[in-house]
Design a protein. Structure first.
Length: 157
């Protein structure tokens, strides 16, 4: 009887522990929550190619199990969902635009969310000193990571 009670307790509490790990991992991304205004900049050959105003609304949904990002600018409308998959031990970044969508693996490293688009492209989300955040994309060119876009945001609230 004692073993049966122990088995039932383990079955009941294991899902609760798994849920708290996921919530803990998702809490790492809380610095992104808010309504943001800023500038989206693209670079070509190391120089500013284009700058446009940008707006992002970022919120948790589904009991903080996902992060929803809605980006709007003159050059890009993007709807992104980020979640942590406990079994894989990784974050997944699902981005959707008018042209389609895809899933990319991501990790949380030194306070930054790093999305690995490919072996030669990555996107990095980080908090800024002034309470904002920035996202930038880099390409690996001749062994060096080169920034090709940067979005810098301030919180509107």
């Amino acid at each position: 009887m004692r073993y049966l009670v122990l088995l039932l307790c383990l079955c009941f509490f294991k899902p609760l522990a798994a849920q708290s790990v996921k919530q803990e991992k998702m809490q790492n991304l809380s610095y992104l929550i808010g309504e943001w205004v800023g500038t989206s900049t693209t670079y070509k050959d190391g120089k500013v190619d284009q700058q446009v105003p940008a707006f992002e609304k970022i919120s948790y949904d589904l009991n903080q199990s996902i992060l929803v990002i809605e980006l709007n600018s003159a050059t890009l409308q993007l709807h992104t969902i980020i979640h942590y998959h406990e079994k894989d031990g990784t974050y997944y970044y699902y981005a959707f635009s008018q042209n389609g969508g895809g899933r990319l693996p991501a990790s949380f490293v030194d306070g930054h969310l790093v999305v690995q688009a490919s072996e030669t492209r990555r996107y990095i989300f980080e908090a800024t000193q002034d309470g904002g955040f920035r996202e930038y994309g880099e390409k690996l060119i001749d062994g060096q990571w080169v920034k090709y876009f940067e979005d810098v945001f301030a919180n509107t609230q």
